[in-house]
Design a protein around this ligand. Structure first.
Ligand code: AMP
Length: 289
């Protein structure tokens, strides 16, 4: 029987922990580095950029697709979160990803599951955690599981979720995981809007207003870099975002490494971070100063 090129390159989709362990052991036996790219699916160019980085740094790339219920609060969009599994697999085939780890919810959280990792440090910086108090325990628990299951040498995360990147880096360090965490810059639309699986929820008028979040961040970063007083700049940015019709959750300048508030900035690296609601969609973004 003839096999088409496309079929030949379809990634192997694994759904059980024993099968994953066998596949990882097989990778290990053949030598080389393994990279993991954790995702919730509905893949876009932002995810593809992470996979590109993983490819450059490792011999084998595992992409996980798991919409993690533990990081959604009951009033959030777990049930309507975009899912496009077949299209994701086709895209991963094009990128020559060998293995997709796609466990069902009861595989990750079987009946009787009773362990939760509750991170501190960057996870309690008063940014995403202030708005979504459940979020980082859900993220830390699932990421720890993914890293233990896949035993990668490298795991790749986007700077799009900057606080999450810091939380995961801290987690890998604190739990002595052998895995190195790599951050990848944000991929944006031509008008600056950060790519996100949730952007497909935006109505045309919301889509038009959404890039204001990035524009305000960028403009404020420029002002801070040229020495304008922090409080005045943040006030300016907050007002600009409100004028564009976005409901701001936060717009903050933080130490780029620790995410601590800046009292009197003294040459330390600064990151501006923001989140806002537009209609029923939540946007998050950040820029370096
Ligand atoms: P998600 O599927 O939204 O949970 O995201 C999976 C990974 O992709 C996370 O590490 C995100 O930070 C990263 N990511 C999502 N959007 C982007 C983007 N626009 N640019 C870079 N990385 C991204």
């Amino acid at each position: 029987m003839k096999t088409s090129r496309r079929t030949k390159h379809l990634p192997r989709v694994i759904r059980t922990v024993p099968a994953l362990r066998r596949a990882v052991a097989n990778f290990r036996a053949r030598g080389g580095k393994i990279a993991l790219v954790p995702t919730m699916g509905a893949l876009h160019e932002g995810h593809f950029s992470l996979i590109g980085r993983a490819r450059n740094r490792a011999d084998r790339v595992i992409v996980s697709i798991f919409v993690n219920p533990a990081q959604f609060a009951p009033n959030e969009d777990l049930n309507t979160y975009p899912r496009s599994f077949d299209a994701d697999i086709a895209a991963l085939a094009e990128l020559k990803v060998e293995l997709v780890w796609a466990p069902a919810v009861p595989t990750m959280y079987p009946a009787g599951f009773a362990t939760r990792i509750v991170p501190e440090g960057p996870a309690t910086a008063g940014l995403e955690d202030a708005i979504r108090p459940h979020f980082f325990a859900g993220v830390a628990t699932v990421v720890a599981k993914l890293l233990i299951q896949c035993e990668p040498d490298i795991a790749v995360f986007g700077e799009k979720d900057y606080q999450q990147l810091k939380v995961v880096t801290q987690l890998a360090r604190d739990l002595d995981l052998k895995c190195r965490i790599l951050g990848v810059p944000i991929v944006r639309e031509p008008d600056g809007l950060a790519l996100s699986s949730r952007n497909r929820y935006l109505s045309p008028s919301e889509r038009q207003a959404a890039p204001m979040l990035y524009r305000a961040l960028k403009e404020c970063a420029g002002k801070i870099a040229s020495g304008a007083p922090l409080d005045a700049v943040l006030d300016y940015g907050r007002k600009a975002i409100a004028r564009a019709g976005l409901r701001l959750d936060y717009f903050e300048a933080r130490n780029a490494n620790t995410l601590k508030s800046l009292t009197a900035p003294s040459g330390e690296p600064i990151r501006l971070l923001a989140a806002a609601q537009i209609g029923t969609t939540r946007l998050i973004d950040n820029v370096a100063v």
